[in-house]
Design a protein around this ligand. Structure first.
Ligand SMILES: *Cc1c(COP(=O)(O)O)cnc(C)c1O
Length: 484
């Protein structure tokens, strides 16, 4: 245990380091050089034989993190929904580490458990659930929330599944997600024992939205072949192109077919908090369950996912356990022990960073941040088009997928890859390559995800891309004339 004086020095330095990071992040290269030897060299000799001073160890780690990570909170990080952390989120996670509340038994951390219940109901209401019925659980992220959805749907459909597992079922369950859906469903299929063959990837239309007609046909075919349709997943904001499936239409198919309806709104669910975008999620209130990640568009530090449902009994039926060793101080109270609702047992107080961020920003503050990022996405789309790039996805959300219009012949995977690499290597911005559509067409992908991203950052990305295109376009022209 460190003495009081050392702790004081440590906290003072910690605040300096954090504040320095927050105010100077935009001066860093967005992405580091990926030099494995250099990184391992920094760790070499740290063999824990000689104790290091507290402040010295803090400085050592902070310096290495400055140098060796993609700064996802950087205003020119145009990446995969890894946002800049909210200030209140950083404070909340610090408090959580210090107080270390245990979110397994209600009676050990009643305030923490009630904060999470309160936040879950507020989110349920925002998505259109009756707050008296809204239930849910905080998860490590969207992947755990999607896994939870699959287990809930299984428990709902097959009461014998919990005790006897897959072998008790007379028909193989299958579930439906668009070809653009998130791969965490494949993982969930593996972890649940269903196997990845149970995942039906439904083709998309020209706008990359799940084709409801193809879905209905596939369900009919599956029934005819003796499979058991279990769950339909609508994605609200696909990872590669930010596209929203036709939620209302898919909800109707699910209702008609009597199938669990889940909406994976891990990122795009943020649209529910900006009134002018809310309509893009129309039908989400009909979902039996919803995945939403507060560590994406709400900028909570990782990991903060949410599983929400309008069936207040389903989580307890899925995860409820009676044990002799868990505290029973709350027996007789009308409360829920969090461990009976969750894949996790001992659990961190995930909800606090969301609660404290909301306390300070309010819904209006979040609406403003979401509106701003959406406007930056619109600007990026316009500026790219003005520079001869062709935007290939249609979404009101700030994810832009594009190829090179001027060099259509050269818009091959290799060329786009080279342009992307060139921008990332320059340290000026970060973006990535994605594959979209049923034919896996390669595209450049830029998403606005940091609340720090402003007009100058969007323009800097476009300029960086234009420079990279001249460098790489020249190179591919030289290569092809060399080949001719
Ligand atoms: C990010 C994402 C996930 C996975 O969430 P994690 O928080 O990374 O576990 C699932 N679905 C969609 C649509 C996502 O964007």
């Amino acid at each position: 245990m460190l003495n009081e004086q050392t702790r004081e020095e440590l906290w003072r330095r910690l605040i300096e380091v954090v504040e320095n990071y927050l105010t100077k992040i935009d001066t860093a290269r967005v992405a580091p050089e990926l030099d494995v030897e250099k990184i391992r060299g920094v760790l070499a000799g740290r063999d824990f034989a000689e104790p290091l001073g507290a402040v010295e160890s803090l400085d050592f780690v902070a310096d290495a993190m400055w140098r060796f990570q993609v700064h996802t909170g950087h205003p020119r990080y145009f990446g995969l929904f890894c946002p800049a952390s909210t200030t209140m989120g950083i404070a909340a996670d610090t408090l959580v580490a210090a107080f270390n509340p245990q979110l397994a038994a209600w009676s050990h951390s009643p305030f923490a458990a009630e904060v999470e219940r309160h936040v879950i109901r507020s989110f349920g209401q925002k998505f259109g659930y009756d707050p008296a019925l809204a239930d849910g659980v905080f998860t490590s992220g969207g992947s755990e929330a999607n896994h939870t959805a699959l287990l809930a749907a299984m428990t709902n459909e097959f009461p014998e599944f919990n005790e006897h597992g897959m072998r008790a079922l007379t028909a193989q369950p299958v579930f439906y997600v668009s070809s653009q859906g998130h791969h965490s469903f494949l993982k969930a299929a593996r972890a649940s024992g269903l196997g990845t063959a149970a995942v039906r990837e439904i083709p998309v239309d020209d706008e990359l939205r799940m084709n409801a007609g193809a879905l209905t046909e596939r369900i009919e075919r599956d029934r005819a072949e003796g499979f058991k349709p279990l769950m339909i997943v609508a994605t609200a904001g696909t990872t590669s192109s930010g596209v929203i499936d036709p939620i209302d239409e898919l909800a109707e198919v699910a209702a008609r077919e009597g199938i669990w309806f889940h909406v994976d709104a891990a990122w795009g669910g943020g649209a529910a908090f900006a009134p002018e975008l809310r309509a893009t999620l129309g039908g989400i209130e009909k979902a039996d369950s919803i995945t939403f990640d507060a560590h994406k568009w709400l900028s909570a530090p990782m990991g903060a996912g949410l599983f929400l449902t309008r069936h207040p009994e389903i989580l307890k039926r899925t995860f409820g356990m009676a044990t002799s060793y868990m505290p029973r101080d709350a027996a007789g109270l009308e409360v829920v022990d969090p461990f009976t609702h969750s894949i996790q047992w001992s659990r961190r107080f995930i909800g606090l960073k969301v609660f404290m961020s909301l306390l300070v920003a309010g819904w209006d503050g979040y609406a403003e941040a979401i509106r701003h990022q959406t406007a930056m996405g619109d600007r990026l789309r316009r500026r790219l088009q003005d520079s001869g790039w062709e935007v290939v996805n249609r979404t009101p959300l700030p994810v832009v997928c594009f190829v090179d219009r001027a060099l259509w012949e050269g818009a091959t995977a290799e060329y786009l890859e080279a342009v992307c690499k060139s921008v990332v290597a320059s340290g000026e911005a970060w973006l990535s390559i994605a594959r979209v559509g049923d034919d896996n067409k390669p595209v450049l992908r830029a998403g606005v995800t940091s609340y720090r991203t402003n007009v100058a950052d969007v323009d800097a990305l476009v300029e960086s891309l234009n420079r990279a295109r001249i460098r790489e376009g020249g190179r591919s022209a030289r290569n092809s004339s060399g080949a001719a």
